[in-house]
Design a protein around this ligand. Sequence first.
Ligand SMILES: [Zn+2]
Length: 300
Amino acid sequence: MPELPEVETVRRGLQPAMEGARIMEADLRRKDLRFPFQKDFVARLEGQTVTGLGRRAKYLMADLASGDVLLMHLGMSGSFRVRNDDEKTPGKFHFSRNEDRAHDHVVFQMSSGSAIVFNDPRRFGYMKVIARNALDREPLLKGLGPEPLGNEFDAAMLARSCANKKSSLKAALLDQRVVAGLGNIYVCEALFRAHLSPRRLAATLATKAAQRKGVAGGAPTEHARRLVEAIHAVLNQAIRAGGSSLRDHRQTSGELGYFQHSFQVYDREGEKCLTPGCGGIVRRFNQNGRSTFWCPKCQK
Ligand SMILES: [Zn+2]
C-alpha cells in the first residue's frame, strides 16, 4: 500500500499537468472504484480549473475554482500516469511491462493537452468531490493526526499524544490519529534509525514525572526527539528517491521509485544490521498482524 512518500511523489508528478489547467472532460469507465462515484461527480469536475494540488496524509486534494475539492486516494494498487499530447501518435506510447490498460478507470482530459489516467487493478482507490467548506465535517478526513513533515509535528506533540498510551511504539506510530500517513515500511525504518525498539511502550516518549502525576501529556524525552528526527529523515529521503516500488507504486511518468534499495531493516530478515559496530542480525516478527523488521541488538 502506498505510504506518504509514494503519494507525495505522485502529487509532484501530477502537479505540472493539473495546476492551472481546466478539466475538459472527466471520463469514468465504470460506475465505481472502491465506492460508487457520486451522481454529480462528472458535472462538478467538467469545466473546472484546478487551482492547486495538495496532499493531506495519503489523500491527494485538487482545489477547483468552483470551491469544490477533488479528493483522490490510491488505495492498494492505484496509480496515475500523465499522457501528453505528443504521445497520442500510435507507436509513441511508452508502456511499462506490467501496465494493463484494462484497469484504466478514470481519464481526466486537461486543457493543457495532457490526459491524466487513473489505473487501479484491485480497485481499493476512490475519488470524491467535496465542498471546501465541508472538509471539516468529511468523515474520510476526520481524526487525521498531524502531517509528519508539517511544522506542528515535533517531539513535544508526539510525546503528548503518546504519554497515556498503553500500546507499543510501533502501534502508536501506525495510529493515524497520532501522525498521519505513516505505514509499516516507514515506521520500521524510522524506529531502526532512531535505535528504538518497536516493542517499547509508546508512553516512554514522555517524561515519567508527568506519567506518575497523571498529568495529561508529559514532556518529550530524548527518545521522542530522536524519533521525530528519524521520521523526518526517512520520509525526506524516500520522497527524494521517488518512493519505494514494492508491489504497485510507480511515479506518474511510469518510472519506479527506488527507495527500496535504501531500506535498512524492512525486508532484510536474516541479514546483517547496518549500524556500524553492531554486529546484530535483522529479525522479523508479527506485531498486531503486520511484519515488524528490526535489530534486537541496537534497538532498545
Ligand atoms: Zn543493530
